[in-house]
Design a protein around this ligand. Structure first.
Ligand code: PEP
Ligand code: MN
Length: 349
């Protein structure tokens, strides 16, 4: 349920409504927009008469939310959420590009990838140190040493860092190094992990599960939001369909659907979404054209020898070319993007 306060409602009136809702057993989440305050009430007694609240001073209306997700929906928060990662804003005007290797493999590889993606205009370095591999015999990641390499390369190149957290026991460690914690597709419904991430205030990149519906995905986001962490970025990374030509089917249509249903930003991952380097640029262009708030792309300086996901990793020069194309597409739909490769003119947005 959502309680929409009047534009002129005082803080005291808001507090009185919060106290009443709390007394009725609801958990209350406050969203203060440019014009008015909206209170999201979850849990509690669903059957009660909403008029009990409508008569409170300062209340404009009380709306029952029919969707199963509450805090993730636009009814609770009509304005877009912008997730700030230092000075990088995901969900604002600018399309944010995150790029880097699938996994950290060595100091040289991490350094060369960070330099290349930053030069081309990425603002966030991606890279896994703990890898969820389909086979237990595949490379499992470098662990803390990988995080250390990623963090120092990110700092050297003025990039933020996103890295995957696979289970509860890794949250504290990875939070020391990464600015954004990635929840991988295989973990989208690891509810104990999601609940714990709700207690954190570190931004979360929540990937869509391999066979998750959009509603299930938003309900997973709800677990994090319900814990009080409103810094959630959704990531469409392709779903499993009957098509076997591509590794996954990138669901571009999820982008406008999410924008309609939710205030949370959404980025697209054309690398896992296609599984093929030759398709990544076209899928990336399509995602930006469809309104994605950002992209996360695998880039490797020597993809033919990568320890994971080499076939879908772009060569640095391909990534440069893609960024140049995105600089044409983003403004065409009213979005900003880092205007020039940094070596030439510094950041320009
Ligand atoms: C990754 O980003 O390298 C990864 C494992 O992603 P996903 O969870 O989408 O498969
Ligand atoms: Mn990967």
């Amino acid at each position: 349920m959502v309680v929409v306060m009047q534009e002129r409602a005082t803080d005291e009136q808001v507090q009185q409504v919060i106290a009443q809702l709390t007394q009725m057993g609801f958990d209350v989440h406050r969203s203060t927009g440019a014009l008015r305050t909206v209170l999201g009430a979850v849990g509690g007694n669903r059957q009660f008469d909403t008029r009990l609240l409508e008569v409170f001073e300062g209340v404009q209306e009380v709306v029952r939310i029919t969707e199963p997700y509450k805090l993730a929906g636009r009814t609770f928060k009509p304005e877009n959420t912008v997730v700030s990662v230092g000075d990088v804003r995901i969900g604002g005007d600018e399309v944010i590009v995150m790029a880097g290797p699938c996994s950290a493999e060595s100091e040289e590889q991490v350094e060369a990838s960070a330099a290349a993606v930053r030069r081309a205009g990425a603002k966030v370095l991606r890279g896994g140190a703990f890898k969820p591999r389909s086979s237990p015999y595949s490379f499992q990641g470098m662990g803390e040493e990988g995080l250390r390499l990623l963090k120092s390369a990110a700092d050297r190149h003025n990039l933020k860092l996103v890295s995957e957290v696979m289970d509860l026991s890794q949250i504290e460690l990875i939070s020391k190094y990464a600015d954004i914690l990635q929840v991988g597709a295989r973990n989208m419904q690891n509810f104990t992990l999601l609940r714990e991430l709700g207690r954190s205030r570190t931004p979360i990149l929540l990937k869509r599960g391999i066979s998750a519906t959009i509603e299930e995905w938003l309900l997973s986001a709800e677990y994090i939001l319900a814990g009080g962490n409103m810094n959630v970025v959704l990531c469409e990374r392709g779903i499993r369909t009957f098509e076997s030509y591509t590794r996954n089917t990138l669901d571009i249509s999820a982008i406008p659907v999410i924008h309609k249903l939710s205030h949370l930003p959404i980025v697209a991952d054309p690398s896992h979404g296609s599984g093929r380097r030759d398709m990544v640029p076209s899928m990336a262009r399509a995602a930006v054209a469809a309104g994605a708030d950002g992209l996360i792309i695998e880039v490797h300086t020597d993809p033919d020898h990568a320890l994971s996901d080499g076939a879908q990793s772009l060569y640095p020069n391909q990534f440069d070319g893609l960024m140049a194309e995105l600089r044409i597409i983003a403004p065409a739909i009213g979005r900003a993007i880092c205007l020039e490769p940094v070596t030439r003119r510094g950041w320009g947005v």
